[in-house]
Design a protein around this ligand. Structure first.
Ligand code: FPP
Ligand code: MG
Ligand code: MG
Length: 331
């Protein structure tokens, strides 16, 4: 944010929106129940990466510069950016209940601090308020686009919990579908929404969607790599948990290409004694992490490629940098 505010006044607009986001969100999360208000405000502390609203605001400015040659942000576009952070945070609160995780963004998770039942209700409250805020755009198509995201998030999470196929050829395809739903969908549809609010034509709306989709896929693959590589203190959340949760992400699926015996472990979701350790060693002793990084780079390259369809402006190059940061991140 600080880097953005040193640049032109158009960028200042993006930077201002980002700086004000936590307090704007707090003002939408008011409740007569003070504990609910506190638990719902808790993760909007200005310390998160804010990747989704940043992407959304930069895409809004890029789209506006393409259609009007002026890259200001409209109030409706800012609302979309705000709603993406609210939806994302609500799903993280529910995710930590499902994953039984005690740390989020370097501090106690909502379920650790307030217990599971209140965490579920806190997530529901944020989601309810996000829906109300979204409806204030008064734009049925945008409301429809972001409703797809809510459905995708639930379907993605359900796909992840369900039993895995024993056909190795469809495992990777299922992983990519799940990854789109659980992570890329929010980025894809929110980028498309701000472009729609800018009045862009269908071709550019598709480009905005593709930018968000490809950046989102890259983002989640890096997340899955960091689960094997990062330290808890840098990542701000538990690491080495995916195998323990029974999840076969890109690194394990690439390790499977070199170690066919992993298929039965994947199928039984690493439930037998020694499965987690065996799969972990197989990932670390193979080229799985390198192949996963290379796949993430490929999606990032696709994202940057579609940016060619927008007019040149400062924010477009910031989108380019954002995608590069996504694949270089350590947290
Ligand atoms: C984080 O994944 C989780 C998600 C991106 C989506 C979670 C979605 C749900 C819990 C469905 C509920 C949906 C709504 C609309 C409230 P992760 O566990 O791999 O990441 P982590 O390492 O950050 O925990
Ligand atoms: Mg989790
Ligand atoms: Mg999870």
């Amino acid at each position: 944010i600080r880097a953005l505010s040193r640049t032109s006044s158009a960028s200042l607009e993006v930077a201002d929106c980002l700086k004000n986001l936590p307090s704007l969100i707090h003002s939408e999360l008011k409740s007569s129940n003070k504990e609910l208000e506190e638990s719902s405000h808790y993760l909007f502390d200005g310390r998160g990466k804010a990747i989704r609203p940043t992407m959304c605001l930069l895409m809004a400015a890029t789209a506006n510069c393409t259609s009007y040659k002026r890259s200001f942000i409209s109030p409706e576009q800012r609302t979309v950016a705000m709603v993406t952070e609210m939806i994302h945070t609500a799903t993280l609160i529910h995710d930590d209940v499902i994953d039984n995780a005690w740390i989020r963004r370097g501090k106690d998770s909502v379920n650790k601090k307030w217990g599971e039942r209140k965490a579920v209700l806190t997530g529901n409250f944020i989601l309810a308020e996000a829906s109300r805020v979204l409806s204030s755009t008064n734009h049925p198509q945008v409301i429809d686009l972001l409703s797809n995201v809510l459905e995708d998030l639930v379907r993605g999470e359900v796909m992840q919990l369900d039993a895995y196929s024993d056909n190795k050829d469809i495992l990777f395809e299922q992983y990519l579908q799940k990854t789109f739903k659980k992570t890329a969908s929010l980025m894809a549809y929110s980028c498309q929404s701000v472009a729609l609010l800018s009045g862009l034509n269908d071709e550019k709306l598709t480009a905005a969607f593709q930018y968000g989709k490809n950046s989102g896929l890259a983002f989640q693959i890096i997340d899955d790599v960091l689960d094997f590589q990062a330290s808890q203190s840098t990542f701000g959340k538990p690491v080495s948990v995916d195998l323990k949760l029974g999840l076969a992400t890109a690194p394990v699926l690439y390790a499977l290409e070199e170690r066919p015996e992993l298929l039965k472990l994947i199928k039984r979701q690493f439930k037998e004694k020694g499965d987690v350790e065996y799969a972990l060693a197989a990932v670390l002793d193979s080229s799985a992490l390198e192949k996963s990084l290379s796949l993430a780079r490929q999606y990032a390259g696709n994202a940057v490629g579609v940016l060619a369809q927008f007019s040149d402006c400062e924010e477009k190059y910031k989108l380019h940098s954002l995608t590069n940061d996504i694949i270089q991140r350590q947290k």
